[in-house]
Design a protein around this ligand. Structure first.
Ligand code: AMP
Ligand code: ZN
Length: 479
């Protein structure tokens, strides 16, 4: 097995070699929980969940950690607006985020740490940084990281410290007059009236944003990890600062592979509430099955910008349904097929179908090219549609079905739901219709077809036999 990952650090694809054989330590920066997650936030969730699923499929044990940032200016502002404690806001949106993740079939992380539960660890790491001379306390108790002291600063974002100096104004925060250098960033800041705070050796206050990930990554995964990931906006300054903090404090390489997804835009414009082109995952769920959103996200390579539009979502729906319908049809045929061993011709076809599995793996091994991986699933679907016949053996049909389900499942695409739809009642009706047709009772056959349509099952008589398709329940027109 050879898996290649594009590493932002080296700007090239590198072979993935985990620190510990067979195990992967992976950290993905999670959302700040002050609102329902938007479809931009959903991109890293879906992309890195798929990376995890593929690695697990390859037999690797993945320890996957993703935080919730539950102390932040936006959370505090919203809490003040509603007149509640900030924890009410963060708990509410963590709960909602978990629901959205489940609906998108994103597996829960091995650990989802919360920043507010890790303050002790942050105080400890800040203490180490001060002790080692990488941080200092200003007069008002603010603790700053001494950026220039970390000689490798800029190695991830490929920025040069002197270039940053020119543009360092944007990095300045309140109280910056107390900084030794414009590039220094906050590790701990004093409390403000009405805000949550914790006691510390320097002042009552709260942590800067970056320190939480360094601390949580160390606590749950160790000082050196395999993969650190997030959206590309996090490369600078967030991830650059995480590297500075962790490597200065621990004296070890923080993460070996840095993965970043490109941004999701809407109708070719940056997603923005004020421009009115902004969707939460919940908004999308009212119009589409979230499996369609997942399919849409994976239809592009994660490092390519992705444009969201109604047309592209409709195309994604068609694509997703093509896979589901095929699985459905294979099950339908398999349930009726003779339980015989595969014929020699079928064995040869199964071997041929393995080529699509290899194609899928090759795409995923090449920096998780899900766009090509999905094409391989489509080719397998086409192959199955061509070769699955009414007189195929059950073993052959099962084999093809399982192959498709396995690949779809690596992408987190659910195909089994459709199997459940074919409950016993529906099965019985399909059989009754076949019987009615045999007896040339066409009125009865049509009536059953109508009844099935009301339940969202359309029957198509094709040359290869009856095929079923899921449709909007209640649709009555002929198909
Ligand atoms: P935030 O809550 O802003 O810290 O974002 C959580 C995660 O979502 C981070 O990994 C961001 O990089 C990512 N993210 C935010 N907006 C987008 C977007 N429009 N496209 C892709 N990823 C995004
Ligand atoms: Zn982070």
């Amino acid at each position: 097995m050879s898996m290649k990952i594009y590493n932002t650090l080296s700007r090239r694809k590198e072979e993935f070699v985990p620190i510990e054989e067979g195990k992967v330590r992976m950290y993905v920066c999670g959302p700040t929980v002050y609102n329902l997650i938007h479809i931009g936030n959903a991109r890293p969730m879906i992309v890195f969940d798929t990376v995890r699923r593929y690695m697990e499929h390859k037999g690797l044990e993945v320890n996957y950690v993703s935080n919730f940032t539950d102390v932040d200016d936006k959370i505090i502002k919203k809490a003040a607006e509603e007149g509640v404690d900030p924890s009410v806001i963060s708990m509410r949106y963590i709960e909602e985020c978990r629901k959205d993740m489940e609906a998108m079939n994103v597996k829960p992380a091995t650990t989802h740490p919360l920043a507010t539960q890790e303050i002790d660890g942050m105080i400890e790491m800040i203490g180490v940084l001060i002790h080692k001379g990488y941080a200092y306390v200003a007069e008002d108790g603010t603790v700053y990281f001494r950026t220039r002291r970390f000689s490798e600063y800029g190695k991830l974002s490929h920025k040069n410290l002197d270039d940053l100096r020119g543009g360092s104004r944007s990095l300045l925060v309140s109280g910056e007059d107390q900084k030794e250098d414009g590039l220094d960033f906050v590790l701990w800041k004093p409390k403000k009236e009405g805000e949550p705070y914790w006691e510390s050796p320097w002042c009552d206050g709260r942590p800067g944003w970056h320190i939480e990930c360094s601390v949580m990554s160390k606590r749950y995964l160790g000082e050196e990890i395999d993969i650190h990931a997030g959206g590309e906006d996090l490369i600078f300054p967030h991830h650059e600062n995480e590297i500075a903090q962790s490597e200065a404090a621990n004296g070890k390489t923080f993460a070996r592979y840095w993965m970043h997804n490109a941004f999701l835009n809407i109708d070719n414009r940056k997603m923005s509430k004020s421009l009115g082109n902004f969707f939460t995952v919940r908004d999308i769920s009212e119009k589409y099955d979230l499996q369609v959103l997942r399919f849409f996200m994976l239809s592009a390579h994660y490092r390519s910008p992705l444009n969201f539009s109604a047309d592209l979502m409709d195309a994604a729906r068609n694509g997703y349904e093509r896979i589901v319908t095929c699985v459905d049809h294979l099950k339908f045929l398999a349930d009726r097929a003779p339980k015989k061993e595969m014929t020699d011709a079928e064995t040869a076809l199964c071997r041929e179908a393995e080529g699509f599995e290899a194609q899928f793996d090759a795409a995923m091994d090449d920096d998780f090219n899900t766009a090509d991986a999905i094409s391989a699933i489509f080719e397998l679907v086409k192959f199955a549609n061509t070769h699955a016949k009414e007189d195929s053996t059950g073993a052959f049909l099962e084999n093809l079905k399982q192959k498709i389900i396995t690949l779809a499942d690596i992408c987190g695409l659910i195909t089994q739901r459709q199997e459940e739809a074919l409950d016993e009642d529906v099965q019985r009706l399909i059989q009754e219709r076949a019987q009615a047709k045999k007896e040339k009772d066409f009125a009865r056959a049509d009536k059953i077809r109508e009844e099935l349509l009301l339940r969202g099952i359309a029957l198509k008589d094709t040359r290869e036999g009856v095929k079923i398709e899921r449709v909007q329940p209640g649709r009555r027109e002929n198909v």
